[in-house]
Write a protein that binds this ligand. Structure first.
Ligand code: 4AD
Ligand code: MG
Length: 463
């Protein structure tokens, strides 16, 4: 089935060329002059192609006049300049073949605008809408930008396991993995006999590839992972998923400064790349979803991000005279409302916050000289809040061991992680970028469920 992608038809606009295109009908209009305009879209671009079908086509009355939204067709013909408004070119069809019908009485996607809530219930059809097509193309371009950025700088792309025995964030939000028959779990002294389970012990879906990435960074210098991660936290918010994609670079011979500099350069690179490669889709988001996304992303290309410590942030927030739902004081974790206040009201741009209290961060972060704070680094952006979480890693054996005990972890479970601090330990650092939160920030889409093809959230695992 030879075809030309509509994106290529539109960008080349090779008037007079004979072409075959295929796609799904968006609309059909019949003119009194005895011909029809059929707009088709094949997902390669936001814009569709207008097909002009003349009544002389052998199947004009039997088929063309019955085409409805959602039908799939093949059209072969000649590309011509379009005299009409709204498109530069159109295809004068010499042949139209119906590949698949769609009964208009039951096809759920009609020409009118549907709510995103409704579209979530038809995730098998929503990529055929303008918005979800555009999200898919921007996701694709952002993923490409991420690989480009790291590959151009010599980072090794590392594949870390999805099933793991260690809880990286130590937060206990892991989904359990088992091969037991849940109606007949083998027990020893009343408890599940995990030693008899598939892996011979507790296993779960990974919350982060960081610990394994550290192993490779301490051998290969600069590495990154880019894969799905899973969290069984029951947060039903517009920024949380149970399954999300995370990009995690890990760099040896790198401290917090170096880490923050790479994070900022990385984000700017992705923004510029998407602006350059998804011009039409970004204009669409700016027009229909959030009329600030273009100016925001363009402005960030050469703007500095704000930089402050957690202590300075708490100071600013407690003097803000603002009624927060969660009051701020030194030692409490920043909530999304605080993160957004800093970005949206105080600085009006992304903010890098460093040096959080050790009590609210995981065991692996480097303890600062004050003994109270750690070399953590979160990047916060307007509307979304935290988009990146990272840190310099604790590279001192004794300090790490003490932190594990302090946070209630069993050092035996992390023996290999500790051993890396015994043999050729070096300063190293890294961060995790939440890929869906990045796409939310870029597109302005308000709900994280609408920037991943098949969202997994509490109570939802359909499709
Ligand atoms: O801040 P987090 O928990 O950091 C880590 O997992 C580190 N191990 C990363 C590292 O240093 N290599 O998560 C990193 C990012 C967050 O900033 C956020 O953007 C995203 O992952 N994230 C989520 N995105 C969607 N749904 C969730 N439930 C998320 N939890 C975290
Ligand atoms: Mg975090």
């Amino acid at each position: 089935m030879n075809r030309t992608r509509i994106a290529d038809v539109l960008s080349k606009a090779d008037i007079g060329a004979r072409l075959t295109v295929m796609g799904w009908v968006r609309t059909r209009r019949d003119s009194k002059g005895g011909f029809s305009f059929i707009e088709i879209n094949d997902g390669s671009a936001l814009s569709g192609l207008q097909i002009v079908a003349d009544q002389d086509l052998p199947n004009y009355r039997t088929e063309v006049l019955k085409l409805q939204t959602g039908c799939a067709i093949r059209a072969a013909g000649t590309l011509a300049q379009s005299p009409g408004k709204g498109q530069a070119v159109e295809l004068h069809a010499g042949e139209i073949e119906v590949l698949g019908w769609a009964d208009p009485d039951i096809y759920p996607l009609q020409k009118k605008r549907h709510s995103f809530e409704f579209l979530r219930t038809i995730a098998h059809l929503r990529p055929r809408t303008n918005t979800f097509g555009a999200v898919a193309r921007v996701r694709n371009a952002a993923a490409m930008a991420i690989h480009r950025f790291f590959q151009d700088r010599g980072f090794i792309y590392l594949h870390t396991p999805v099933i793991t025995g260690s809880d990286c964030e130590g937060a206990g939000d892991m989904f359990r993995v088992t091969a037991f028959d849940l109606d007949d779990v083998p027990k020893t002294e009343g408890r599940a006999a995990l030693e008899k389970d598939f892996f011979g012990g507790p296993a779960g879906l990974t919350v982060s590839g960081q610990l394994e990435a550290e192993i490779y960074a301490l051998a290969m210098g600069d590495v990154y992972t880019f894969g799905p991660t899973f969290r069984a936290e029951n947060s039903n918010t517009s920024r949380h998923l149970a399954e999300f994609w995370m990009v995690e670079p890990e760099m040896a011979f790198c401290d917090l400064e170096c880490n923050a500099a790479i994070a900022v350069e990385f984000l700017k690179y992705i923004f510029s790349y998407v602006l350059e490669h998804c011009t039409e889709d970004m204009r669409f988001f700016n027009r229909f979803i959030d009329n600030t996304v273009l100016s925001t992303l363009e402005g960030l290309a050469d703007a500095d991000f704000e930089r402050l410590t957690y202590t300075e942030a708490v100071d600013l927030l407690s003097k803000a005279g603002e009624q927060f739902e969660f009051p701020v004081s030194w030692g409490v974790d920043l909530q999304s409302e605080h993160e957004r206040y800093l970005c949206e009201k105080v600085f009006k741009k992304p903010v890098v916050v460093t040096d959080y209290p050790k009590s609210i961060k995981p065991f692996y972060m480097k303890l600062n000289a004050d003994g109270n704070t750690v070399g953590a680094m979160d990047v916060l952006v307007p509307k979304v809040g935290e988009i990146i979480g990272g840190s310099q890693r604790e590279d001192d054996y004794d300090t790490l061991l003490a932190r594990m005990k302090e946070t209630g972890l069993n050092p035996e479970d992390y023996w290999w992680y500790l051993e890396l601090r015994k043999f050729g330990s070096v300063p190293h650092a890294g961060f995790g970028l939440g890929f869906e939160r990045l796409i939310q920030f870029i597109t302005g889409m308000a709900n994280i469920r609408d920037v991943i093809p098949f969202p997994r959230t509490p109570g939802n695992v359909a499709f």
